[in-house]
Design a protein around this ligand. Sequence first.
Ligand SMILES: Cc1cc2nc3c(=O)[nH]c(=O)nc-3n(C[C@H](O)[C@H](O)[C@H](O)COP(=O)(O)OP(=O)(O)OC[C@H]3O[C@@H](n4cnc5c(N)ncnc54)[C@H](O)[C@@H]3O)c2cc1C
Length: 411
Amino acid sequence: MDLRYTPEDEAFRQEVRSWLAANVPTQKIRTMEERQAWHRKLYDAGYIGMGWPKEYGGREARPMEQAIVAEEMARINAPAGVNGLGIGIVGPTLIHHGTNDQKQRFLKNILSGEELWCQLYSEPNSGSDLASLQCRAEIDGDTFIVNGQKIWTSGGHHSDWGLMLTRTDPRAQKHDGISCMLVDLRSEGVEARPLKQINGDTGFSEIFFSNVVVPADNLIGELNTGWRIAQTTLSYERGGSLMAAVSQNQRIFGRLVDAATSLQKDGKRAIDDPNIRRRIGEIYREIEVLRYAALRILSRLEKGQRPGPESSVAKLHRSELNKRVQNLINEIMGPYGLVAGDAPDTLGLEADVSYGESGSWAHALAASYSGTIAAGTSEVQKNILGERVLGMPKEIRVDRLQLAEAAKPNA
Ligand SMILES: Cc1cc2nc3c(=O)[nH]c(=O)nc-3n(C[C@H](O)[C@H](O)[C@H](O)COP(=O)(O)OP(=O)(O)OC[C@H]3O[C@@H](n4cnc5c(N)ncnc54)[C@H](O)[C@@H]3O)c2cc1C
């Protein structure tokens, strides 16, 4: 693995940096229209879906070029565009598994943000154990009839379409009876109810399906192969733009040091406390570990390999690290860290949440916890790492009766 950037990469970085300096919004984005306008600028500049084939609006950029754009945006906390799930998950799924007609119909509008997408996987009783999902699609001529409920659908109530997993064969083993399909959320029988969160946001919906008609042409891949297809999409979700996470953490680390050097408690600065200094040092070390892990994945991608279960390492580390960073910032900020709402800048220390937005430090702290649940919880990532990366046994069943027998004094 060569850790140096080539002169071409460095030149490309300068080009991206200059473009961002001239174009990034100077005011905080507040409405969906403003976000869409910013997305359009990024799209016109060729910075959205950069790795996609040219015929679908991409530029077939190398993973390194994509990482440089993500890194540069994160470095200055540039706002994200729209349609993150469409571009990050639905598009790559269609590119790998879709028919030509599906690619022609959907890919360009996903990229331009003209049609917004969501991911319809989780259900009230199927999150970590996703394969137990119950939302069903029954074949009726050349259509499916869909009935059931999804939950925690990010951006569900703003979306036009959803990438959905449904049960198409209730008699098969649970992983073998699932199909993946594209569902028009403007169809009759779809009801999206926004979920109000404890921080006041409505980032998710629950979505109900009552006899919703989905054309059979919207099936992705073969019938009952949805589980295999979902594995591709999940590995993209877990591995995506790790270099951006490094850059984000480096920026937030700067805020952490600012807070520790400028805030005083009982006449002393936090940075003068050896315990705080040690923890700041540990976080610096962890960010460096994340950087090397990111470069390792990037070099796999540069060789044309797909992100595999190793992307779970990245997902686990970046989300848990973010939680530790936000907790330490909050501890240093003391009561200021609890100020909610939109006025965090009283100390010249604007809050910085992890994914390209700014808001209160309290909001950033809460968001860091949700990052350890989204796209598979930390415990689930550890299971994947144990089983699929380290090759440990899948499940150890302990017979309770045998255990009780063994625990008897004379056994
Ligand atoms: C910010 C955010 C965005 C999301 N966006 C979407 C979205 O767009 N679309 C979508 O479909 N879903 C989305 N989700 C849902 C997410 O995928 C689920 O919340 C997640 O998979 C966990 O499922 P659950 O909430 O049902 O928890 P459960 O699966 O009920 O887990 C509860 C607890 O048990 C633990 N646990 C469960 N099974 C095991 C096991 N085998 N071993 C060890 N521990 C275990 C978990 O780690 C957790 O601590 C989102 C969630 C969040 C937080």
